[in-house]
Design a protein around this ligand. Sequence first.
Ligand SMILES: [Zn+2]
Length: 500
Amino acid sequence: MKPILTAAWLGWALQAAAQVSGPATPPAPPSAVSTPATPAACAPGASSAESKACTAVRRYTLANGMAVIVKPDHRAPTAIHMVLVRVGSMDEVDGTSGVAHAVEHMMFKGTSTLKPGDFSRKVAALGGRENAFTTRDYTGYYQQIPVEKLADVMALESDRFAGNRWDDDEFKREIEVIKEERRMRTDDSPRAQLGEAQMAAVYNASPYRRPVIGWMNDLDAMTPDDVRGFYRRWYTPANAALVVVGDVDPDQVLALAQRHYGGIPAAPVPVSKPRVEPQQTGIRQLSVKAPAEQAYVQLAFKVPRLDPRDLETPLDQPLKPAATDALSLTVLSAVLDGYSGARLFRALTQGSNRLADSADASNGLIGRGPQLFMLSGVPAPGKSTAALRDALREQVAKIAKDGVSEAELNRVKTQWIAGEVYQLDSVMNQARELGNYWIWEQPLDSGERLIERLKRITPAQVQDVAARYFGDDQLTVADLIPQPIDKNKKPRTPPPGSRH
Ligand SMILES: [Zn+2]
C-alpha cells in the first residue's frame, strides 16, 4: 500500500540513510523539573472531546515572522524538533545547481561557538538522533530527543540557523563529500540517471528540471561564497517554520521558541521568478544507456496539481475543476497500484508469460511546482520496454473505456484511511506532515480534509481523468537500455562524514 502523498512527500528528496537506519536512542526518563506539565484535559480518563483538544495542532507566528507549529502527543516522553526552510533546489538558478543541498551539509560545519562536527556530537550527547534533508521544495533539519532536552536542541538549532560559519577549507573538503554522494546516488545508479535525464526532458523552464544534488560541473565550479550567499538570502525567520511534536505543552514550546528564535532579526523573504513551464505539445522520448541488470521504462504525464488554497474550500462547496482532476488522478493511481493485488500487479506481473517483473503508478498531487503522473516498470526477461510501455498505457485506456467499480474505489479509500492513521502513529511522520503543509501553504488539518475530498471522488470522475490526461502530447517516455556490467568494478564506499 502506498500512502497518498508518497511522491510528494519523498519529493525527490536526498534522504539521509541515517534517518532510517540510525540507532534508536532510548528516551531518558523525564526529569520532574523540566517536563511540561500534562494539561488536565490530557489526563487519563479525559473525555474524547477533551483529549482531542489536548492534542490539537497550535500555530503561532513570532514577531520576526517565523512560524511555530506545535502538536502535543503524550504517548511517550519524547519530542521531534524540526526546522523547515522554504527553500529547495527549485529556488536555485542555472550554474549553481546543488547549492541548497550544499548549504544543508555546511550547516553541520560550525557557528561562532561550534567547530565542525560539534553540532552532531552535542545532539548525540543529549541522547538525540538527528539529520537533515533537501528536496526540490524545501530543506529540513530535525532532532528526536528526550522531551526534557527540547530547550537544549532549540539553543543549538537557533544558533546555527542564525549564525552558520565555516572557513573556505572546510567547504573544499565538504564539496568533495557531496560529489562522492552524487557519484554513489546518481552516477552509479542507472535508474537515478534515467530519472535525472527524464526530468531535464520533461521540463524546459521549470526549475524542477535540475537535480537536487546538482550537476557535477556545477559542483566542480561551486565556491564557498555561492553557499554563503544562498544561506544568507534564504535562511530568514519569515521563510522558516519550527515544528515540535511530542510530549509538550504548546504554550511552553512557544515561550522557548520566543527565547531562542524570537531574537533572530527579521529580513525580507526573497521572491523566486515564477518560471512557469510552457505547454508541452508533443511526445518527448529519450533513452539512457547504463550498466544495469535489467531494462526499465518510465512514463511521465503532465497533470494538474492541487493548489494550496483548494483544501480551504468548505466541503459542501465544489472544488475547481483542476483540483477535482488532481484528486481523481490520485485515486486512479491507487486503483492501478494502491494495494496488494491492484490492477497493474494482476495484469502485468503474474504468471510464466508475464510482461513485467514490476509495475508502478503514482501521482504527484501536491508541491510548490508542477506535478506528474508516473507509470513505470521493469520488463520480464525476454520482454521489451516497448511492449511494457504499451501495456501500462493499455491499463489506463481500459479504465477510460470501462470505468472502475464502486467496490474497487471503496477498497482504495479504506486502505488510505487506515494508512493515514497508521502513518500518524509516529511523531516523526506527524512533524513531517505538518511541516509539508506549512511548506505548501495549506491548512494544517489538510490530512483530514484530503481524506474527506478523496472519499467524494466518484467512479465517473476517475474514468473521466483516465480519458483526458494520457494522450501523447503531455507525455515524456524514458527507456533504460542496459549495458554489460563490469564485474571487476569495486562498489563505492561512502566517504567518512557522508550522512546528510
Ligand atoms: Zn547530502
